[in-house]
Design a protein around this ligand. Structure first.
Ligand code: ADP
Ligand code: MG
Length: 687
């Protein structure tokens, strides 16, 4: 094949420079994200067809995919059957027996199979003991030397063979310096990684299974390493000197602790220490506080606010909903007003006059801790001296909202809080640009929520149990069945309340909460429930994360088999917030093995971090993250969820490299790749 281009091929050369790639094929390549030769070479196979270990025709297992090797001993004449279908048949032989291979309407293939030549076929072995056959198998010439054939993700019009030809040509003709290794030699030796050249050639055209594995390991390592270096680059960028550097004040913290109605857990103490230390550094804090529902994040946040106050700074605490904002107001004032700290709450539902008055007092420094919703970032709100911003349920806010709140001060410290535990190894990656504190133990005396999984046959008994709880003065959540897409969610919830619950709960007041309600209506129902207006809250899955109704002691989840583990755990977190023993009852119909296992895990495990690890393992990283909600770049080869060992190794390697060369100047190729990675994925910075 001739190179159309007289210039040497480089990673940046457009694919259209390859012979055989015209405008049409180039546009097909573009469709799957391939523009340059670099893109093409890094378009790694999805899987392989392995012709390298053929079995014997006669003993290969029936109805399984396998490879067999044989001579073409006979070619039957093409046979036309109905509907214009033409059968092409050839007979293959090895020393164990014969096999008939059939192709439909494919004379090209038929012609390629030359009499007397040896081929390896891969497909499902069918037939019986006497007569063996394969329909439309894939095949290669036995002498081809490429017995492990790559399989690519394709798009209509682009065949596997086209990609194979183009990739092979690119690999053979790209200029030598493309193969220069981005990984330092010492690092490769330490982690036993092959060279880039070996890796990239063998990932496409491995000579055997082992080379393929070695290549894959090296490329996945490189990819995860670059991801983590990218995170580190991002972490250091945007970091300017803090104008809110504070002085440590042990007395203030002692005073704060003395005024608390409880003793901080060790986890809380550690997190509070990490946070307050950050606030006294030259660079502004950028930290995530992760902890299961009920782990006591608010008290930690309050400790930080107390230090800010002592240093003359205001703290803003933003929550995604009014009810959560008001909950913060309540908790923060109870914890902080003994220290003379004035706490207020700014939300959209305030009357104009009230809002003006509060804004006035925020501006002149009369309020020290300002809780609220998005109202905090409106133009009319100005702070006297904002030194710390705290965001609860950080995933509910966009990058812009976070930036806008921080923009109300001069490079204030930032603390984001999340009640969605994710496995530690993953947190390293996803939140690589944040420092992380973890509350991994619930406060003492908190009772574990007892969890049971039952079939719908037992629903009546479960209802009876709930009734007993209500009679004892507790409250209950009932999460009603999932509705089909397009079905009216409101109707479904109502009809569940009317039909299924009917008769059982007459005389008990029931609230209804579903996704079709306006934000204000939802909040009203939630706060009425909180105030004890309803004994039962029938809800679809919209039940607010983080809402604290300590008196609710039971949650019943219908269709529990259809939820993921993390979601079930989130729902379960609605109860167990008070001193009474709480219960979570999972109702499921016919369940498959996967659901059965999920339900079993729920009944046995209460630690959110452990649950998230199971969840990740069972679902794989793709599903776990949903639609790339964390803004991670798409991985070419590494499976973030599958290999936590590799994650840890690469994280360790990234730290070493940065220690050696903080700006990565010593590793220009890695530096360029690390800087590029988030440009490619579209920025989703936590900053
Ligand atoms: P979350 O992490 O879900 O935001 P909260 O901060 O709302 O948790 O705390 C949940 C409840 O636990 C609150 O009622 C709070 O007063 C209480 N709490 C927090 N820390 C402790 C502690 N160390 N000991 C006892 N109770 C605590
Ligand atoms: Mg909370």
């Amino acid at each position: 094949m001739e190179n159309k281009n007289i210039n040497p091929l480089t990673a940046g050369t457009p694919v259209s420079a390859l012979s055989g790639v015209g405008v049409k094929r180039a546009s097909l390549y573009n469709k799957i994200g391939i523009y340059t030769l670099g893109n093409l070479i890094e378009y790694y196979p999805r899987s392989y067809i392995n012709y390298s270990q053929p079995l014997k025709i006669q003993t290969a297992p029936l109805n399984e995919n396998c490879a067999v090797k044989g001579l073409i001993t006979k070619k039957l004449p093409a046979a036309r059957i109905k509907d214009g279908l033409i059968l092409y048949r050839v007979i293959i032989q090895d020393d164990s027996g014969l096999m008939t291979v059939t192709f439909y309407n494919n004379s090209y293939t038929y012609d390629a199979l030359k009499l007397g030549e040896e081929f390896v076929f891969h497909g499902k072995m069918q037939g019986g003991f006497i007569r063996r056959e394969m329909n439309s198998p894939s095949f290669v010439r036995a002498s081809s030397g490429y017995l492990i054939k790559p399989v690519y993700r394709l798009t209509e019009g682009l065949t596997g063979n086209m990609v194979i030809t183009n990739v092979r040509y690119a690999l053979e003709n790209i200029s030598k310096n493309y193969y220069e290794d981005c990984l330092p030699f010492g690092l490769r030796q330490y982690y036993e990684l092959c060279s880039f050249e070996f890796a990239v050639k063998n990932i496409h055209f491995p000579s055997d299974e082992n080379s393929c594995a070695i290549a894959g390991k090296r490329l996945a390592f490189e990819e995860l390493l670059i991801l983590q270096l990218g995170m580190a680059v991002r972490k250091n960028r945007n970091r300017q000197m803090s104008s809110c550097k504070m002085k440590p004040d042990d007395d203030a913290l002692r005073e704060f602790c003395a005024a608390l109605p409880f003793e901080l857990t060790n986890a809380q103490k550690k997190a509070a220490a990490e946070i307050t230390e950050d606030m006294c550094k030259d660079m502004p804090m950028n930290r995530l506080l992760q902890g299961d529902v009920g782990s006591g994040k608010t008290a930690v946040a309050a400790a930080a606010a107390a230090l800010a106050y002592k240093n003359g700074f205001q703290t803003a605490v933003m929550a995604p909903t009014e009810i959560l904002a008001r909950q913060h107001l309540k908790t923060m004032s109870s914890l902080l007003s003994p220290l003379g700290i004035n706490v207020c709450c700014l939300t959209g539902s305030l009357k104009a006059k009230e809002r003006r008055e509060i804004n006035e007092k925020i501006k002149n420094g009369g309020y020290h801790v300002i809780t609220g919703t998005h109202a905090l970032i409106s133009d009319t709100t100005e702070f006297e001296k904002l030194g710390l911003v705290i965001m609860d349920e950080q995933h509910r806010f966009g990058v812009n909202q976070r930036a806008m709140l921080a923009g109300k001060g001069e490079n204030p410290h930032k603390l984001v809080m999340s009640a969605t535990p994710i496995p530690r190894t993953l947190a390293l990656i996803i939140y690589g640009d944040l420092d992380i504190s973890v509350l991994d133990k619930l406060p003492k005396g908190r009772q574990e929520v007892k969890t049971f999984a039952v079939t719908s046959k037992l629903r009546d008994r479960v209802f009876g149990f709930i009734k007993k709880q209500l009679d004892e003065g507790r409250q209950a959540y009932i999460i009603c069945p999932l509705v089909e897409e397009g079905t009216n969610e409101a109707k479904a919830a109502e009809s569940y309340a009317e039909k299924v619950m009917k008769g059982f709960f007459t005389g008990y007041k029931t609230g209804l909460l579903h996704g079709k309600m306006s934000g204000a209506a939802k909040e009203k129902v939630m706060s009425d429930f909180k105030d004890g207006e309803y004994g039962i809250l029938v809800a679809t899955t919209v039940v607010e994360v983080g809402v604290d109704v300590p008196n609710s002691a039971v949650i019943l989840i219908e269709n529990a088999d259809r939820f993921g583990l993390s979601q079930l755990h989130q729902l379960r977190g609605r109860v167990g917030r008070g001193s009474a023993q709480s219960y979570c009852i999972l109702i499921a119909g016919e369940v498959n093995e996967d659901s059965r296992r999920r339900l079993e895990i729920m009944t046995k495990v209460t630690d959110g971090f452990k649950i998230s690890e199971y969840d990740l393992k069972m679902r794989g990283a793709g599903d776990f993250f949903g639609e790339r909600q964390h803004g991670l770049p798409k991985m070419k080869i590494a499976d973030i969820g599958a290999d936590s060992g590799l994650l840890l190794k690469t994280s360790q390697a990234a730290k070493k490299l940065i220690k050696n060369s903080p700006g990565l100047e010593l590793y220009p190729k890695l530096k360029a790749a690390a800087e590029e990675i988030f440009v490619r994925s579209g920025e989703n910075s936590m900053n």
